[in-house]
Design a protein around this ligand. Structure first.
Ligand code: SF4
Ligand code: FES
Length: 253
């Protein structure tokens, strides 16, 4: 298939960016979107031009590195699909495809299509872990956990930290990510001991990093490649309110 690409090029965050136009011929429908960009980069390198910088690692939908806005959609046109798992058969011969980086204040552009997602790391560092020594891996059934709770915690743990939810949200909110990452631990016995400090810390780090608030647009859920549910945001709000009340009562007592 023949494609016309409009690709965002930007030297760094201090330099204004703009779209560059490229034509590609003979793109296989079977190739992935990132393989198509590899072909573009090979052609650019052969011509002596600077290749397009874009993030990727596993190319299997598990690491959360790939991060492109394609024709206005974070991760492209397919539901529940990361960019690395998107195939060119989702497009038509002769299509013009517009490719941009995540657009969010808290994710500054590093170069071209690569953004700095350190803000997510800061949210995790503020509570996305348990401090108890866990030793070697325990038997799976050592701590009995009701199946519905284990299932729900696994649903939350499916978040790969890609940042599409932030890029799609008109407020640039990280509530879906933060709620998934706090809930996956807060729901399990091993994470309960630090439930309150975790949620207060992670919400505080999220606000400090410059992410916006949630006003229930729901765009985050619709672009999430792991189909993280908005219910987790409601759960995080409940956890946060409860934690604040308990902290106040403890201080008052
Ligand atoms: S909630 Fe979904 S869209 Fe947001 S970071 Fe996690 S996997 Fe990506
Ligand atoms: S490159 Fe790892 S999820 Fe896409």
């Amino acid at each position: 298939m023949k494609l016309h690409l409009r690709v965002w090029r930007q030297k760094n965050n201090d330099t204004p960016g703009g779209f560059a136009d490229y034509d590609l011929n003979d793109v296989s429908e079977e190739s992935s979107f990132l393989e198509m960009l590899d072909i573009l980069n090979e052609e650019l390198i052969e011509k002596g031009d600077m290749p397009v910088a874009f993030d990727h690692d596993c190319r299997e939908g598990i690491c959360g590195m790939c991060s492109l806005t394609i024709d206005g959609n974070a991760h492209g046109p397919e539901r529940a699909t990361t960019v690395c798992q998107l195939h060119m058969r989702s497009f038509k011969d002769g299509d013009t495809i517009t490719i941009e980086p995540w657009r969010a204040k808290a994710f500054p552009v590093i170069k071209d299509l690569v953004v700095d997602r350190t803000a997510f790391d800061k949210v995790i560092q503020a509570g996305g872990f348990i401090t108890a020594r866990t030793g070697s891996a325990p038997d799976a059934n050592e701590i009995p956990i009701p199946k519905p709770i284990a299932d729900k915690a696994m649903d939350a743990a499916a978040c790969i930290g890609c940042g599409a939810c932030v890029a799609a949200c008109p407020n640039g909110s990280a509530m879906l990510f933060t709620s998934a990452k706090s809930s996956q631990l807060n729901m399990l016995p091993q994470g309960k001991a630090e439930k309150d400090t975790r949620v207060i810390g992670m919400v505080g780090a999220m606000d400090e990093a410059g992410f916006g608030n949630c006003t229930n647009y729901g765009e985050c859920q619709s672009v999430c490649p792991k189909e993280i549910n908005l219910d987790f945001i409601a759960k995080m709000n409940r956890d946060y309110a409860g934690a604040k009340v308990r902290r106040f009562l403890n201080k008052a007592g």
